[in-house]
Design a protein around this ligand. Structure first.
Ligand code: SAM
Length: 270
């Protein structure tokens, strides 16, 4: 769908892009093609698309022969896509808020392929992580700044609890940049398409681990020892025993450092 086709379509169904639903539609065929290529979609795949909108990416996905479940919150777009569903048995359109939608039980793993609504990127990623064993990979368009945070290295400004949370469940495969003119309406920010594959998560309970990580990141300029001392009076010894500087600040610790620290802190000193 190029810009003229999109405008004709929006006019035809009486829709206007809604800012509140982050409706910035892709109008660049080359980018649509590159997303499907990066996601490595084939006819045996089961795809979950969050926010299909007018369906440009959906149609590109269907061309591969894959099965596609497309979850759209905007009832007007969902209604239109249901017409496509009648013509193509491999498409299932769900008119729902993805964040409230119950993931269907199935024997296959999903590949998520989506140009995400940017205003709810983090809750969408959290939901996917909470059901990590249902997914094979995610190939998603996000704000470049969010992609930079996801891929950040320790001791950089972008590195944070979101980086650690996603690294717990996924590993980075590849990415490419998408400029604002590839969308209508053009967003004010650059975008990145990112592919992450699910990995076997570390053998640690993520709930208490991330409670501790979040607590320290709430005061990211403070030393970990200062933030955690009220709950763990022996924190300086634990840091030393874990081969971590007692002066360390949260962004200096990689996921492996946190897991090592957690192991000593909670399991051996319980
Ligand atoms: N896939 C289309 C494309 O690439 O042109 C549209 C992408 S647009 C950035 C985001 C889409 O997500 C919109 O169609 C919007 O209505 C939809 N959306 C927003 N919030 C949603 C939610 N909570 N659940 C499902 N879809 C949502």
């Amino acid at each position: 769908m190029n810009k003229t086709e999109l405008l004709t379509f929006l006019n035809h169904i009486g829709a206007r892009p809604k800012k509140g639903l982050s409706q910035n539609f892709l109008i660049d065929q080359h980018i649509l093609h590159k997303i499907v290529q990066l996601a490595d979609v084939g006819s045996q795949d089961f795809i979950l698309e969050v926010g299909p909108g007018p369906g440009a990416l959906t149609q590109q996905l269907l061309k591969t022969g894959a099965h596609v479940v497309a979850v759209e919150k905007d009832a007007l777009f969902a209604e239109h896509l249901m017409r496509l569903q009648t013509a193509d048995q491999r498409l299932e359109v769900v008119s729902a808020d993805f964040l409230k939608w119950r993931l269907p039980q199935s024997s296959h793993k999903w590949k998520v392929v989506a140009n995400l609504p940017y205003n709810i990127t983090t809750p969408i990623l959290e939901k996917i992580c909470m059901h990590a064993n249902c997914f094979h990979s995610i190939t998603i368009m996000v704000q470049k700044e969010v992609a930079d945070r996801i891929c950040a290295k320790p001791k950089t400004k972008a590195f944070g609890s979101l980086t650690l949370f996603l690294q717990f469940y996924m590993r980075y495969i590849d990415s490419f940049l998408v400029l604002p003119h590839c969308f209508f309406p053009a967003p004010t920010v650059d975008s990145t398409v990112l592919r992450l594959d699910m990995r076997a998560p570390p053998a640690v309970d993520p709930v208490p681990l991330f409670q501790i990580i979040h607590k320290t990141y709430q005061q990211r300029r403070k030393m970990i020892a200062t933030t955690l001392r009220p709950s763990f009076p022996n924190i300086v010894k634990v840091l030393t025993d874990s081969n971590i500087s007692p002066m360390a600040r949260p962004e200096e610790l990689s996921l492996n450092d946190w897991i090592r620290l957690f192991d000593v802190l909670v399991l051996k000193h319980a």
